[in-house]
Design a protein around this ligand. Structure first.
Ligand SMILES: Nc1nc2c(ncn2[C@@H]2O[C@H](COP(=O)(O)OP(=O)(O)O)[C@@H](O)[C@H]2O)c(=O)[nH]1
Ligand SMILES: [Mg+2]
Length: 247
């Protein structure tokens, strides 16, 4: 039996954070942890108020913004005492489908040793540069893990078994920002963690409806370049080691 919780890292997400959390509360019975990562937009106020009446909802505050990956690690470490075995990570900004949480956790329950990786189904609202930009990442991880077991490495709607995830995330020099999503998927595969890919819709919420992104095209794409340069160099050794272990 798995014991999962939902983890939502948030940084200056604005009013849409409360909407997202309410949707998650309505869609699932599992505990929810929101990590407010040095936000300065007061988006945490509404969810903090909500947490007073919702015992399933925990808000963790970080003073300084350190990035999505670092926030996920903080949430995992804070929740350790509760004995959770699995975590479903999703975005705070309304892009990810709360209605898919139970289906994803159902798969995690059937395949507890696997990570469950969302595969984005885009609608017509997807910006073209996002759609085409990610194709290179898909191709690179295909090479890095020796096949299509990850699919889209950038879609962060996923369930992870916590123990191996923490092993991967605890090593020094690990990605702390958006590069967290591709890096952990690749390294978990290298560790021999099986992956199950499930389609799930992704929305691009327009600014007028509260949509917000902190993705910085130059800075964050440069991080991806550095990450993949490292992974591509390590890949042949890791894949060879896995091949030897499987003999
Ligand atoms: N905790 C934390 N979460 C972040 C940070 N940057 C982004 N996020 C969260 O990661 C998710 C995706 O970020 P977003 O800026 O929407 O990226 P995009 O969807 O690729 O444009 C959202 O839930 C954000 O709240 C950060 O520095 N700290
Ligand atoms: Mg987003």
């Amino acid at each position: 039996m798995i014991k999962p919780f939902v983890l939502i890292p948030s940084y200056n997400t604005g009013p849409i954070l409360e909407k997202t959390v309410k949707e998650v509360l309505a869609q699932t019975e599992y505990p929810i942890c929101v990590v407010v990562d040095g936000s300065t937009d007061e988006s945490d106020k509404a969810v903090s108020d909500l947490a007073v009446s919702e015992s399933r909802l925990q808000i963790v505050f970080k003073r300084k913004n350190e990035g999505k990956g670092a926030a996920v690690r903080t949430g995992l470490l804070k929740s350790r005492a509760h004995g959770f075995t699995h975590v479903l990570v999703m975005d705070a900004d309304g892009q990810h489908p709360a209605h898919e949480i139970n289906r994803f956790l159902g798969y995690a329950s059937r395949y507890p040793d696997a990570m469950i990786l969302g595969q984005p189904i885009f609608e017509s609202d997807v910006p073209w540069e996002r759609l085409y930009g990610r194709k290179l990442s898909v191709w690179l991880v295909f090479f890095e893990v020796g096949g299509g077991s990850i699919g889209d490495p950038l879609y962060g709607f996923r369930v992870y078994p916590i123990d191996p995830l923490l092993i991967v995330m605890s090593k020094p020099g690990r990605s702390e920002r958006y590069d967290f999503d591709p890096e952990v998927a690749v390294r978990l595969r290298w560790m021999g963690i099986r992956s199950i890919k499930l389609d799930a819709p992704v929305r691009y919420v327009c600014r007028e409806s509260g949509g917000v992104s902190h993705f910085h095209y130059f800075r964050d794409n440069l991080r991806f370049v550095c990450l993949h340069a490292k992974l591509v160099v390590q890949a042949p050794f890791r894949l060879f080691a896995r091949y030897l272990n499987s003999k």
